[in-house]
Design a binder for this molecule. Sequence first.
Ligand SMILES: C[S@@+](CC[C@H](N)C(=O)[O-])C[C@H]1O[C@@H](n2cnc3c(N)ncnc32)[C@H](O)[C@@H]1O
Length: 391
Amino acid sequence: MPPSTTPHPLRSSNRPGFESGPSAVRLVDLFAGCGGLSLGFAQAAHDAGRRLDVRLAVDFEGLATEVYSANFPGAAAVATQPVEEFFDGPLGSTATLAETRTRTSVGMVDVLVGGPPCQGHSNLNNHTRRIDGKNALYLRMVRATEILKPRLLMIENVPSVVRDRHDGQSVVDRADRHLRSIGYQVAQEVIPLAELGVAQARRRHIMIATASGEPDPRSVIEHATRDAEEHDLEWAIGDLVRTPEGSLLDQRPRPTPVNLARMQYLLDNDLYDLPNEHRPDCHKGDHTYLSMYGRLRWDRPAQTITSGYGSIGQGRYMHPDQPRALTAHEAARIQGFPDYFDFSACPSRSALATMIGNAVPPQLGKAIATAYLALASTMEEPEQSGTAQSA
Ligand SMILES: C[S@@+](CC[C@H](N)C(=O)[O-])C[C@H]1O[C@@H](n2cnc3c(N)ncnc32)[C@H](O)[C@@H]1O
C-alpha cells in the first residue's frame, strides 16, 4: 500500500483556529477536566466549517480549569466551582435563583457535555463503588439539561455506571426516565473506544439525548461508530521513541531497581507478561493481575490509561522497546490528545498524570459531534439552510 498522505492527527503542534467559522456550535462542558470532550467537539465543528463557542466550562479543580483555559482561550466563562453551585435545584422543580442566573449568562445552548467523576463506580476501585454519593452528580447533568435545554446532551461515564444507585434507584435509569419526561429522545451505549480510532482498549458508557425535532440519538450513535479506522500503539507513539527528555511531558519515569530488573527480564526473554516468580510475593500464587508489570505491544491498542501510566506496578505500562514505563507525552497521545494540546500549566509529573488519566479521549466527543452535525444539517435542509446561526 502506498504511504498515507493524510497528516497524522496527533503529531501536529499547530492548533486549528477553533474560534473561527461563520456559525457557532454553542457548548457547555460540566466536570470539564482539561477539556477532552470539548476538544472533540471543537475538532468536529472545525471539520464542519463551524466555530466552537464555549459558553461555560466548570470543574472544581483549579489546575483542570487552568489547563482548560489555556486550550480554550475564547471560552466565555471557565469556572473553578462545584457544578452543584450552578445547578442546585431538585429534578422537576422550577429554576432556582442560581439556575436562572446560569441560564441568563450562558444563553442559548446547542450542546451540553459532561463526564461526572467515576471514581465512585470505576471497576478499578473496589472500595467505594456503587455506594458513592458522587453518583448523584450524574443527575446534575440531567438537571442542567432541564435548565439549559440544549439540542444535544452527551454524558460520558464508565460502563459499570449502569449498575450504580442513588437513593435506592439506578442513576442511569432515572436520568433516562426524567429526560424522556421532559421531551428528550434518549439512547445509551457502551462504546469500545478502539473502534473510534483511540489506540487504547477503553470502553465508555454514553448517554445521548436530543431535543424533539433533532436527530434521533440512536442514529447519532450508529453514525458515530461506523467506519472509523482502528489504530495500534505504534500509530500513536511510534515516532516518540527517540524524543529527548527536555520537558516534563517527555521525562521518562525512573523505575525502582527491582522494576528495572523485571523490565530487562521481559526484554531479554522477549516476553510481554511477567512470570510469577519475578512478581512481588502477593502476586506469586493465583492472581488476576496479568497486565500488572506487563509490556505493551506495538501492534495492539494500549490498555486503559489511568493516572498510573508511569509505573509498571500499576498496569501494562512498560514501553514495548525500552525498560521504562510511559512518559506523559506518550500517555496523552494514547488518550488521543494531539501535540498542540497545552498541558504546561501542570507543575509536576504527578499533576500531569492525574490530568491525563482523568481525561476523556477527544475522539469520543469528535465522533458523536461529527455524526450529530451531519444528521442535523440534513434535517435542516432545505428550509433553514443558510439561515441558522447555530447548530
Ligand atoms: C472524569 S473527569 C472529566 C474529564 C473531562 N470531562 C474530559 O473530557 O476530559 C471528572 C472531573 O470532574 C471534576 N469534578 C468532580 N466533582 C466535581 C464537582 N462536584 N463539581 C465540579 N467538578 C467536579 C474533577 O475535578 C474531574 O476533573
